[in-house]
Design a protein around this ligand. Sequence first.
Ligand code: ATP
Ligand code: MG
Length: 342
Amino acid sequence: MTVISVIAGDGIGREVVPEAIETLDALGLGLRYDVLDHVNAQSYLRTGAALSDSDLDRVRASDATLLGAVGDPRVTSPDYARGVLLRLRFELDLYVNHRAVTLLHDRLSPLRDEKRRGIDCVIVRENTEGLYAGIGGALRGSSELETALDVEVNTHAGVSRVIAYAFSIARTGVCLVDKSNAVPHGGRLWQRCWAEQCAQWPGIHATHQYVDTAAMRLVADPTAFDVIVANNSHGDILSDLAAQLGGGLGTAASANLNARTGFGLYEPVHGSAPDIAGTGSANPVGAVLSAALMIEHLGHPQEALAVRSAVARSIADRRCTPDLGGTLTTRQAGAAIRAALD
Ligand code: ATP
Ligand code: MG
């Protein structure tokens, strides 16, 4: 029996996750859910606990996690979001951030040139090291010599494993994106790990671009990319750029993975969106496509494909929320996706 731990979280996370679950249920895969309903800002404000040890045990006991969003304007301390998301990411060593981007419908593309609209790529972002490791400090505060340092961490093991993952999912090619011309120490390490991994995957076309060039090329011709692998900060920026090319924040799906254990946490790229929470206008597509990614990784590629096709059909028919040019509510858009399932 496959068990999915579910953390709907906050804001629109609580509105879109039920649509993802209902869509999964319509596939008849016999999934079981362990719902961690108390992991949200409301209970954090009451108890001060973000994600407890026993919550973590429940997540570990499951086969995958489906997450909505974590964040609430009433919670000003970063400890809450860090206590949930970073705790899960580090305790489960979810070193890959996998963001698949496909253009769901032509009208959603911000690009003019029709021939170049069809993005279908995966951005693989390193998820546990890099510039976001929180290492550094401030020196000589409140003087003209004030200096702030953020150290970028790159380890041979960490870089190699994320590059290996990129190769393992490539259909045609992997493009390493870095800034090794300007960031020499980390750059050299990435280049060496890259060369080692390229030698292990001779059938996959391997290319390299500096991040500034890659940003430009992604806009000029996104169809040229299959898999992009990048460090934490570059991957962060490029994946949002790519998400916009695919149809926007409401449609973007992601997975945080430990490719060695196979465990994954799947979540839409958007956050809790407090400005639209409770209005019924949240787009459920990002959550539904995250669930599709999840079942694909759990061994159900046909069903995942069926969900993606149903999403594309419902958008083509404008049976979708206002952000995609439709007039449906979250519930209605979820129902339209299910109705479009074969
Ligand atoms: P958080 O702090 O949790 O990331 P946020 O305020 O940054 O929340 P996001 O969810 O990241 O909000 O999204 C930014 C804006 O994009 C939202 O305020 C909302 O207007 C819009 N948006 C995000 N997700 C969706 C969605 N699923 N459907 C429709 N609009 C969305
Ligand atoms: Mg946000």
